[in-house]
Write a protein that binds this ligand. Structure first.
Ligand SMILES: [Fe+2]
Length: 261
């Protein structure tokens, strides 16, 4: 198992912080070519960190998590990772209800590092739940407790001048204007994050990349989604995002798509 430090001050001296934003790598139905493509780019370009916004596995099996641990550990850059709805036990309902994130947290303990940058902070937000009233249970729910924890962290950093990135699995806002939001509590969470000083919300889940900016009470909050590196394609090829932040130039986003038919 790789021995990454628990706290990485990797970006303290860098003017530009480069993050590779990847999501929905889905071990079990992974696209091997896409995984190699991403890992090669990490090895060649050495981003300051990788941010993964969930769905590490397809069915949260021990074998799939073991493969994920090997792959993420092999990237050898600081990494922060959030669970997706596919990262809770699917077959073992007893475990799903009792300890839904135990397998994921073992992975996170092995590969996740707390990221500290002079000009940028990444704050997690949990949007996955073990069960909900509607079915299927794949869409997001932002619980009050989860939102309060993220808001408290943002407020703790309110005066430090850093660029604040929130990382979660489910998009918090619906895409087309007027369409229903599949994430329960998403609109309220998005507004609360804006008020607390967030600049960007990163997510995955929909397997297609997007980059949208919403106005919340006069404050712009950007919502950026990464695609997938799995075979579960929707309307686009496997992809990931490259985020570059500079205190004077702001944030630029590059969507990279794997070439092919
Ligand atoms: Fe997914």
């Amino acid at each position: 198992m790789p021995n990454l430090p628990q706290t990485c001050f990797a970006g303290l001296m860098a003017e530009t912080v480069t993050l590779f934003h990847v999501s929905d790598v889905h071990f079990g139905v992974e696209d091997h070519q896409a995984h190699h493509w991403f890992a090669d780019a990490v090895a060649q370009e050495r981003p300051n960190a990788v941010v993964c916004t969930g769905d590490v596995t397809q069915r949260a099996t021990k074998r799939q998590f073991a493969a994920a641990a090997k792959w993420f550990g092999g990237l050898n850059v600081p990494l922060t990772i959030e669970p997706g709805n596919h990262d809770m036990p699917y077959y073992n309902l007893f475990e799903r209800f009792r300890t839904p994130f135990r397998r994921f947290e073992r992975l996170r303990d092995a590969v996740d590092a707390e990221l500290e940058f002079a000009d940028l902070a990444v704050v997690p937000l949990r949007t996955t739940v073990r069960a909900q009233r509607r079915f299927p249970w794949s869409d997001g729910v932002v619980k009050k407790k989860a939102l309060a924890a993220t808001v408290a962290e943002l407020e703790r950093m309110a005066d430090d001048g850093r660029y604040k990135i929130v990382a979660c699995h489910h998009p918090l806002m619906a895409g087309p204007p007027g369409s229903p939001n599949p994430t329960i509590g998403g609109d309220q969470a998005f507004a609360a994050l804006a008020r607390a000083g967030a600049d960007v919300v990163l997510s995955g889940h929909v397997h297609d990349a997007f980059d949208l900016t919403f106005d919340v009470e006069g404050r712009a909050l950007r919502m950026i989604g990464a695609g997938t590196l799995s075979t579960r394609l929707r309307s686009s090829r496997p992809s990931y995002n490259v985020l570059r932040y500079h205190p004077q130039k702001g944030l630029t986003v590059e969507h990279r798509t794997l070439a092919g038919a």
